[in-house]
Write a protein that binds this ligand. Structure first.
Ligand SMILES: NC(=O)c1ccc[n+]([C@@H]2O[C@H](COP(=O)([O-])OP(=O)(O)OC[C@H]3O[C@@H](n4cnc5c(N)ncnc54)[C@H](O)[C@@H]3O)[C@@H](O)[C@H]2O)c1
Length: 537
């Protein structure tokens, strides 16, 4: 009986994979296939990277999972790239990928033998909580701007130690070293031998926990590898590139039970937590509609001078620095809500996702794209003749997504990162008795506020201030994003030491990240509704 149901589940999973892969070749998804290859500025180099990344993940999967199923998956992944390549009239890419794959597998097997990795892989490690530690040894994968901010907070604490860092960029490592010196500490073990050296961090340094703060396209494979090594995993925020990635996270968790902490810091924002108390106490009545988003003028982040993160300029890709090096690609080749979790994380707390309520489907629309091109041509270091003035950015300047939930609430999300505007996540929490909006810090409660008039939300936020903030206000002083990053890191470390329940776990990560590929699919298909997978089924 058990055997049968397991087989049925496996067949279903295979069916899902098959549907996904065959779907890729259909005209409906042709756009996605083209996107994949288009994501290539320099097609050979980029496809090389995609292929290498993919096969690292596949090599792990092969070792950990049902070989037949993953073999099937890997075969079709190759076909998928070939379809793209052929579709673009680039048959040589096909040969290139095949050659890289052979080389990569040969090299990986050799390397795995050399460092004793294979034994670990075959052992299917399971999460085993060590007897409660009073000091968490933490490895950092990606010590760029965000990783450095995490390190700075971690080095202030007495209950953890940063014992290893993996990052191939010497400039970022130098900046990181300066942080250690500022704290009077010596640099820990460094793994800087290329993009895959993080695997040595996992298998040789063997930290209790890792924080992954790398470019988005690396997140899944790194998190899966860490979970499979039984290392408590903190994963920085991003939308997923594909739905497969979301499943990979969930499946890695199911097979290892290693906890994943999705590092969504906005859930700890002071007003967000005060509003959570208001919601729990029924101030707004039954919740009906919510709004949120990522409305942040990122033009000075997507482009810089290639020397410092905010140095004025219009360079990106290989000529950019920090996020301009990788994030701008996503605006060039993708069109969807690329960064949904700062908005949906708090919303998920307010409307009790996962306690019977879930997001069921979404529809996305995208405006035209003007902001990034205009920024380049109007910038003193850019102009009509700058090579980047030729670049065609696909990301609509404002992407709007509507979501419906099981309990009947609606959510509207905005992704708005290419135009001049002050920062705002645009929260609105509206129920049968009243609402709060963060844009003008305004609030209205029927029967309490003057009729039909906005009140300043300030006094309300003070009254409902979360006790955690009142208790730790001083500790959080000077920490990033108005102090909320202190709460995030505190929570991450304490969950690791005390074995507390993870507040934003792998299922939250998968569901929130899924908004990105679903919104892209909706836009690519002429705004068709897209169903959310139920990652708990
Ligand atoms: N929660 C927040 O408020 C917040 C703020 C900023 C960034 N982020 C997220 O943090 C992540 C990192 O962003 P960032 O601003 O630090 O970018 P960044 O470009 O400054 O840093 C990324 C770092 O990763 C390194 N890296 C790239 N490939 C690697 C690999 N294969 N192995 C090891 N290291 C590798 C790079 O060399 C770089 O140092 C992103 O997911 C971003 O969305 C979150």
């Amino acid at each position: 009986m058990e055997k049968n149901s397991r087989r049925t589940r496996r067949t279903q999973r295979r069916g899902d994979i098959q549907a996904d892969l065959t779907g890729f070749a259909k005209p409906r998804n042709h756009d996605l296939a083209v996107q994949l290859v288009n994501r290539v500025g320099n097609p050979l180099q980029r496809l090389h990277d995609v292929a290498i990344n993919r096969y690292v993940a596949d090599a792990f999967n092969l070792a950990f999972n049902d070989a037949a199923e993953v073999g099937y998956h890997a075969l079709h992944a190759v076909q998928r790239y070939c379809i793209c390549a052929v579709g673009q009239g680039m048959a040589e890419l096909h040969r290139f990928v095949a050659m890289e794959r052979r080389n990569f597998i040969r090299n990986t097997v050799a390397a795995a033998g050399a460092i004793g990795l294979q034994g670990n892989l075959m052992a299917r490690p399971k999460w085993k909580r060590k007897s409660l530690v009073n000091k968490l040894h933490i490895g950092i994968i990606g010590s760029g701007m965000r990783g450095q901010a995490h390190i700075d907070l971690l080095l202030r604490r007495h209950d953890c130690e940063v014992t290893a860092i993996a990052d191939p960029d010497p400039v970022m490592l130098k900046q990181t070293q300066a942080i250690f010196e500022r704290h009077g500490k010596t640099m820990p073990a460094v793994y800087d031998k290329g993009n895959h050296d993080y695997i040595r961090l996992l298998t040789m340094a063997k930290p209790d926990a890792v924080i992954i703060s790398t470019p988005w396209e690396w997140h899944t494979q790194m998190a899966v590898a860490a979970m499979k090594e039984g290392i408590y995993t903190g994963l920085e925020v991003s939308g997923a590139v594909t739905l497969d990635e979301c499943w990979a996270l969930v499946n890695a968790y199911k097979s290892t039970r290693t906890p994943l902490y999705f590092l969504e810091n906005v859930c700890f924002r002071r007003d967000v937590m005060a509003v959570l108390t208001m919601v729990r106490e029924g101030l707004f009545g039954e919740l009906i509609h919510l709004e949120c988003g990522y409305q942040h003028d990122l033009r000075g982040v997507k482009f810089n001078d290639g020397v410092t993160a905010y140095g004025p300029g219009v360079e990106f890709g290989e000529r950019g620095f920090s996020e301009a090096k990788w994030r701008t690609w996503h605006s060039q080749y993708r069109n969807g809500d690329l960064y949904p979790t700062h908005g949906i994380g708090p919303v998920a707390q307010w409307i009790n996702f996962d306690r019977g309520n879930r997001m069921e489907r979404l529809v996305s629309v995208a405006s035209k794209s003007r902001g990034l091109h205009n920024y380049i041509v109007n910038h003193p270091k850019g102009g009509q003749d700058h090579p980047n003035a030729e670049v065609d950015f696909r990301l609509g300047d404002v992407v709007t997504t509507s979501i419906t939930c099981t309990h009947g609430e609606t959510i509207v999300m905005y992704h708005d990162t290419n135009l001049p505007r002050p920062y705002s996540l645009g929260f609105r929490v509206q129920g049968t008795r009243g609402l709060w909006m963060d844009v003008n810090n305004s609030l209205y409660v029927e029967g309490v506020s003057p009729a039909h008039q906005w009140e300043d939300a300030g006094p309300w936020l003070k009254k409902y201030d979360h006790p955690l903030w009142a208790r730790h206000e001083k500790d959080a002083e000077g920490a990033g994003h108005g102090g909320m990053d202190w709460f995030l890191i505190d929570s991450f470390v304490r969950c690791g030491i005390d074995g507390l329940e993870i507040p934003f776990d792998v299922y939250d990560a998968a569901t929130w990240k899924a908004i990105t590929p679903l919104s892209e699919a909706s836009i690519a298909s002429g705004n068709m509704p897209q169903e959310f997978p139920d990652f708990k089924k």
